[in-house]
Design a protein around this ligand. Structure first.
Ligand SMILES: NC(=O)c1ccc[n+]([C@@H]2O[C@H](COP(=O)([O-])OP(=O)(O)OC[C@H]3O[C@@H](n4cnc5c(N)ncnc54)[C@H](OP(=O)(O)O)[C@@H]3O)[C@@H](O)[C@H]2O)c1
Length: 241
């Protein structure tokens, strides 16, 4: 039987592409989501991938959610921390709620989810943690002090935990997508996309969710066992670290 993979925010956008890629490779897959039941049910019906609803920013909800997933398909061997939100505002207008929501989902969510599968991975001497950060965590982005801080935090978390997991067969890596054509990015006004964002991408287009899913598939594979604490930038040449 294939390994068990849990993808947070796995029902839409990049997460959906990751869930589908894992299923195609023979993993047993669980896709978590936060509240969009309609999209999640449609995704489940279309793909046959089981969906589980909880909020990754809530530790108790994560504990119950992980227990449900493990009862349904077995201990989590691959965790993809993909769930993420934006609440953009210039800093002088940013509210504490906008700050806290983004930090809660995009950074604390990684603590919550990883903490709940970590002991099992250590006990079994195998694990793969893959964190979806962002180009804007690497370079910073105007109007995204909250998001850039959370996504940069994800990279520090990845590097620290990689050192702790290494002797226990657990790799911890990050992927930093550039601008990918998901609902999150399509919500940006078309004029801003066409006149300000796409011209900054040397390959001249948005990325596809499947291009990120292929990076994640590789990091989850046995072939990537010597890679830990690293970051794959997949951004069409927009930013080099
Ligand atoms: N799109 C890009 O260009 C881009 C670029 C760089 C990095 N990223 C990162 O890539 C990841 C995926 O982005 P995307 O564009 O695919 O997003 P998306 O299309 O908006 O989908 C987000 C997914 O995350 C889930 N989610 C949101 N908050 C959650 C929470 N608190 N608990 C559980 N699930 C939650 C959503 O569930 P519901 O459907 O229930 O809302 C949905 O399944 C994010 O971490 C994002 O920051 C995206």
């Amino acid at each position: 039987m294939g390994r068990v993979a849990l993808v947070t925010g796995g029902t839409r956008g990049i997460g959906a592409a990751i869930s589908i890629a894992f299923k195609q490779q023979g993993y047993r897959v669980a896709a978590n989501y936060a509240g969009n039941d309609e999209k999640a049910k449609a995704f489940e019906a279309e793909t046959g991938i089981a969906v589980f609803k909880w909020d990754v920013s809530d530790y108790q909800a994560c504990a119950a959610g992980v227990a449900n997933v493990e009862a349904a398909i077995g201990p989590v061997e691959v965790l993809v921390n993909n769930a993420g939100i934006t609440r953009d505002a210039m800093f002088h207008k940013m509210t504490p709620e906008q700050w806290n929501e983004v930090i809660g989902t995009n950074l604390t969510g990684l603590f919550n989810m990883t903490h709940l599968v970590w002991t099992g991975m250590r006990d079994r001497n195998f694990g793969r943690i893959i964190n979806i950060s962002s180009i804007n965590g690497q370079k910073g982005q105007m109007g995204q002090a909250n998001y850039s801080a959370a996504k940069a935090g994800d990279l520090g978390f990845t590097k620290a935990l990689a050192q702790e997991g290494a002797a226990k067969g657990i790799t911890v890596n990050a992927v930093c997508p550039g601008y990918i054509g998901t609902e999150m990015v399509r919500a940006i006004p078309e004029k801003v996309l066409n006149e300000r964002i796409i011209p900054q991408i040397p390959v001249g287009r948005l990325g596809e969710p499947e291009e990120i899913a292929r990076c994640v598939s590789f990091l989850a594979s046995d072939d990537a066992g010597f890679i830990t604490g690293s970051t794959i930038s997949a951004n069409g040449g927009q930013f080099f670290v």
